[in-house]
Design a protein around this ligand. Sequence first.
Ligand code: DAT
Ligand code: MG
Length: 148
Amino acid sequence: MERTYIMIKPDGVQRGLIGEIVKRFESKGFKLVAMKLTKPSKEHMEEHYVDLKEKKFFAGLIEYMTSGPVCAMVWEGKGAVVTGRKMLGATMPSESDPGTIRGDLCIEVGRNICHGSDSVDSANKEIAHWFPEGICEWESCSKAWIYE
Ligand code: DAT
Ligand code: MG
């Protein structure tokens, strides 16, 4: 089953939005298989966003992302990567549709409250980067009521 790395950024944690975001993924039918609150180091965060290191907003992005705890999660389910991105909404909150997490809950790109893997390949890399200890394998009793 596909897995995606979803992270609530420091602004989402500070604004008390962990429950709201977790609720959306749970209600959808995805299964939570890893979760922790952690304050990432600069090096750890730079590695996570290594593909953006040439961008002019990179330094500000790292400062923001290391300014407080993040809620790191792995969610599992059919199409979790693509659907997870749709649930987050567009990167720019001004372009995120109402009904999406960013569309409903934030205003600025530099405070867009959540991260989601953009491909299965990056999900696997991000899960290994954030959860080197591994994830929690478990069977959900609602599986037969979510999948046919
Ligand atoms: P996403 O988080 O939707 O995958 P991304 O990977 O292109 O988007 O960028 C990572 C984060 O960097 C994004 O969530 C917020 C920040 N960012 C992206 N574009 C930006 C910009 N033009 N100005 C400021 N911050 C930006
Ligand atoms: Mg991205």
